[in-house]
Write a protein that binds this ligand. Sequence first.
Ligand code: GTP
Ligand code: IMP
Ligand code: MG
Length: 363
Amino acid sequence: MDGNKATIVVGGHFGDEGKGKVISYLATKDEPDIVARAGVGPNAGHTIYKDGKEYGLRMVPCGFVNPGSKLLIGAGVLVDVECFLREVKTTGTQGRIFLDKRCAIIEARHKEQDSSNKYLKEKVGTTGSGCGPANAERANRTIKLAQEMPEVSKYIADVPLEVNTALKAGKNVLIEASQGFGLSLFYGTYPFVTSKDTSASMAATDIGVGPTKIKDVIVVFKAYTTRVGAGPMEHYIDESSIKDYPLWQEVLEEAKKKGLTGAVNEILSKHLGEKGTVTGRSRRVGDFDYGLAKYSSMVNGATQLCITCLDKIFPECKGVKDYGKLSQRAKDHIKRIEKEVGVNVTMISTGPNPEDMTDLRKK
Ligand code: GTP
Ligand code: IMP
Ligand code: MG
């Protein structure tokens, strides 16, 4: 059959796995013709670095780092117009970025509801970006769509048509999802979840690509687990559980050398730089959640795994690009993840910059 199939990059734990970093690497290395953003909306913050500058992107696809990629935002993604226009400006992407005419629009009242509603703000601990109230209005069929907004008229496109035409012509399409499996409205830790499913199938739907047109699903995990906002978390590291984890005792010792003080989890979070991109809230830290990783890889239909932030718990691995140069303990950690999840790890991220990557994919 002629044509090509798309690759999806999706989060396997609770979001913030470093999908932005992985996309920035793939965009630079594989030079996709199209990078399409899926996911809920501007509640996601992908952090990436380009030419030494940090970007916290909530709307623009991280694939912007490759100047040759066309950037698309799928119909399933909620758009905050102000945030979108600001990011188009800071990334200098006007002329190659488009959003689907059917994207639903977040308005000021959605953000107000998200921040003032006690249940959402205090119990669920939302990002306050208006996504939940906007998706509720979408389900009520009263929300405005992008095609009704003059401010974005020059950015309007038919994303499914663009993507499927490109695939048919044999072009490369990379789909960047956001959030993570544990935050899925369907499969996550309800009610401590976001306002939509966050699995790979939903990412394909967000963009308008059918399941027969997907070749790879790369599920991304940090080398440990983090979670921001309320909700349960397995293998949470605290004063009593740390005794079961020699690795975390070592990380804590390193953290204390910096003079960090407070509760154990707070110290670890600060030491690892685990701060939410959108809200600035600190992320809780846990040991790698193998059970969730296995289950989410199953539902996502993972074909490959990518492990990020290896250097944060094994500093000797910082910037390593060659598997043979990773320390033995780091290799053992990767091997254990592969064994427990039952899917090959093909990429290992060893730093925040796009080039900090050990890439084991078949060439
Ligand atoms: P969501 O779509 O919000 O789920 O975000 P995300 O998956 O794109 O992750 P986010 O950028 O919010 O958080 C990941 C953090 O880890 C960022 O600060 C990245 O710069 C950083 N990061 C990613 N990979 C690595 C890595 O391998 N090493 C180090 N040191 N930092 C990394
Ligand atoms: P909402 O998506 O803003 O409604 O927030 C619901 C829950 O999902 C809260 O626990 C948020 O912290 C979490 N959440 C939403 N988006 C992200 C993300 O991109 N990364 C990490 N957590 C997220
Ligand atoms: Mg994030």
